[in-house]
Unconditional design. Structure first.
Length: 359
């Protein structure tokens, strides 16, 4: 009898364990995990721009962003991807115009890792899913003319924010069972270029003064200088033999042109705090056309500024070093050092004079 009770007790324990495991499996919390460090762009950003920042080039090129997502504990929900603000709530996802939240993807939820690839334009402006008339922010149609898609529709020109939501959604459209959020900022408006550009001359260099009649863009971090010809290059149209200091019209640098078309002409740069930019390794006596662009902290680069022109001075001849005998070498050496100091001071004065002429 005692033996029968022991066996009954043992079977009861085993049955409880299996029943408990089944109950735990059924009530495991669904979750969505996003590896933020693994988010990548099809066209990688520079070292100073984070992956959760979107600029005008990302939009114009319709860059694709890949998100590593892992689902676990799903129980028949739908895996949905939305963009906008506050999309974890039902109400913003239920409006007809989808002005606050717009759906990007939907699929059956299966546990495990997956890569979700989304285009920048879909993230910013929405897309049309099969059998759906989804619209993007501000009630704009999802599939826009590419020439109009990447414009700032707020009219402010300032950086904007939104989020991408990766969610497990149940039959009642609730997402309380698990979601992950990727927060991003974007700026689609390029900065304005300097509208005051003047050039002074130095020894095989030019000194470019930068200025704005009115500057309100606090996102500018620096400037880039472009030269025609590029350092070591030659003009497509040579200056006249009688007046080589006169710049021919540049067919390469044109005010208002896209800087991406003249990247090979880059010849200098300056930080935002700088009043002047310098270009080195130029050829003295050759006329150079010069234009400047502004760059903001989203790596947006402006169009070209007004084009200026100047001719750098030829390089001054240097006195070659001499070998002196041990006898009487002191006086010749002092004379050599004095001459070298005089030439260095002369070069500094020439550069200073160039800067003064720009003021």
């Amino acid at each position: 009898m005692g033996r029968s009770r022991c066996l009954l007790w043992a079977f009861s324990v085993v049955g409880f364990i299996f029943t408990s495991k089944g109950a735990l499996a059924q009530t495991a919390t669904p979750s969505v995990a996003l590896n933020g460090l693994g988010v990548t762009h099809s066209a990688p950003h520079g070292a100073t721009l984070l992956a959760n920042a979107i600029n005008a080039a990302d939009c114009n090129n319709d860059d694709v962003i890949s998100f590593p997502v892992t689902l676990s504990g799903s129980q028949g929900e739908s895996f949905q991807v939305w963009a906008g603000t506050g999309c974890e709530d039902v109400a913003p996802r239920s409006t007809q115009d989808h002005a606050q939240c717009w759906q990007l993807d939907a699929a059956a939820a299966t546990d495990g890792p997956r890569q979700v690839a989304l285009s920048v334009r879909d993230i910013l402006f929405g897309r049309t899913l099969a059998g759906d008339s989804t619209q993007g922010p501000l009630g704009q149609p999802a599939q826009l003319d590419p020439t109009l898609a990447c414009t700032d529709r707020t009219g402010s020109g300032a950086p904007q924010t939104l989020s991408v939501y990766f969610m497990l959604v149940d039959a009642a459209d609730n997402v309380s069972r698990g979601f992950a959020e990727w927060s991003a900022s974007y700026k689609l408006v390029r900065p304005r270029p300097p509208n005051q550009v003047s050039v002074g001359i130095g020894e095989e260099r030019l000194v470019i003064r930068l200025g704005y009649s009115q500057l309100s863009d606090t996102t500018i971090v620096g400037f880039r200088v472009y030269c025609d010809p590029a350092p070591g290059g030659s003009h497509a149209v040579q200056p006249s033999a009688t007046d080589p200091g006169v710049c021919p019209p540049s067919t390469v640098l044109v005010e208002g042109a896209d800087s991406s078309l003249v990247s090979a002409q880059r010849c200098g740069s300056a930080k935002k705090s700088a009043t002047y930019a310098t270009t080195d390794s130029l050829t003295g006596g050759v006329a150079y056309a010069v234009a400047v662009t502004a760059v903001d902290d989203y790596e947006n680069e402006s169009v070209l500024s007004p084009v200026a022109c100047e001719v750098p001075s030829p390089k001054q001849e240097r006195v070659a070093a001499c070998a002196f005998s041990r006898r009487g070498e002191l006086l010749p050496m002092l004379a050599f050092l004095s001459l070298a100091g005089f030439l260095a001071a002369r070069r500094r004065r020439a550069l200073h004079a160039a800067i003064q002429r720009l003021r």
